[in-house]
Ligand binder design. Structure first.
Ligand SMILES: [Zn+2]
Length: 355
């Protein structure tokens, strides 16, 4: 962005912009380079992250893999590392210590410039500790050990972080209230109000998958019955198809979604309708201006949008149907959780940076 564009965006004059840019440059947050001349207007400069400026480390654990990104101001990734989670150990602490060693190497490359860490996990997180993750089986694990002396650490649920990223950098930019729903092994998400993710008192909010929308007697891995998430995961698809419960429900759901068999198409439509109906319930309850759908939800939206839309409209209160909040595919796709980990680390870092 040019200095002139930034000044317009913030709503300040040329003089104030010059002064502000000088302060941010002195604080080593941004630097300037001459802009390409456009032939119109006075020459301006392009603002860019300072070459010695702060960076954050964003780490995202998935069910079978992990990924780390070093992110500069503006969201650009300047380095990354990734690997498989060797779950043969079955021991979260050992896996986390291995990842910690790789992160330490990444941090050393940037000699003190990395100032904070965000960690996304596919599980329930309270006070930076993993409370439960059905696919990882690492209860009570303290993820702060990945970098014990980090100036700031933000640990959170992958769907919650994806919601944050979608509001800052994706399809929900500019929304006053955005609802994000992410379908993975379970179903989670978050409500984001004016850019702030509502995480609940201890960080356990947004577990929309455990609202008993399904109204059946199926027991969810959480221990409750009739959970919405359990009615649209890979195991639910297998039940609809009369097949045994799959060992890896996410991979199974991907296979069914990719299949063009008539039975599979029908099962996908049933699940897409359950997704649409539940989204309608949440929209009735929380009144967002838009809904973004991530993870496997993107595939349901692409493969069975008619079934999803019909059920969504039917589930909305009648007065909403003329102008329903749009249900959009998440733009950041599988990159949502790691991008959100970076955003949440920045959020905690801002108050500590000199300006
Ligand atoms: Zn549940």
């Amino acid at each position: 962005m040019t200095r002139a564009d930034a000044a317009r965006r913030v709503g300040i004059g040329t003089g104030a912009a010059t002064e502000l840019v000088a302060r941010l440059t002195a604080a080593e947050l941004i630097s300037e380079r001459p802009a390409e001349p456009t032939g119109r207007g006075r020459p301006t400069t392009v603002l860019q992250p300072h070459p010695r400026g702060p960076l954050v480390l964003a780490v995202a654990f998935a069910h079978e893999t992990w990924r780390a990104e070093v992110v500069q101001l503006g969201g650009e990734v300047v380095a990354c590392d990734a690997g498989d989670l060797d779950r043969a150990y079955g021991d979260g602490e050992r896996v986390v210590l291995e990842v910690r060693d790789r992160l330490t190497k990444l941090r050393r490359r940037f000699r003190g410039r990395i100032r904070g860490m965000g960690v996304s996990v596919p599980g329930l997180v309270a006070m930076d500790r993993l409370v439960e993750a059905s696919t990882l089986n690492w209860p009570g694990l303290d993820l702060g050990v990945l970098w014990p002396k980090a100036p700031v650490t933000a640990v959170g649920n992958d769907a919650t972080f994806a919601a944050s990223a979608e509001s800052r950098r994706g399809a929900a930019v500019g929304a006053s209230v955005a609802l994000h729903v992410r379908v993975d092994a379970g179903l989670g998400g978050a409500l984001v109000e004016s850019g702030r993710v509502l995480t609940g008192a201890v960080g356990l909010g947004g577990e929309f998958g455990h609202v008993p929308f399904a109204g059946d007697d199926v027991e969810c891995p959480c221990g409750a019955r009739g959970c919405w998430g359990a009615s649209l995961d890979g195991s639910a698809l297998a039940r609809l198809l009369g097949r045994p419960v799959p060992a890896d429900p996410v991979a199974y759901a991907r296979r069914v979604l990719a299949s063009d068999g008539a039975e599979e198409r029908r099962a996908v439509e049933v699940v897409a309708a359950r997704l649409g109906r539940g989204i309608a319930g949440l929209v009735n309850a929380v009144d967002p201006d838009l809904v973004t759908v991530g993870g496997l939800g993107v595939d349901y939206l692409a493969s069975a949008s008619r079934a999803l839309d019909d059920a969504y409209l039917a589930g909305l209160m009648a007065f909403r149907r003329a102008d329903p909040p749009p249900v959009l595919a998440a733009e950041l796709r599988e990159g949502g959780p790691v991008a959100g980990a970076a955003e949440e680390a920045w959020t905690r870092l801002w108050p500590l940076l000199p300006t």
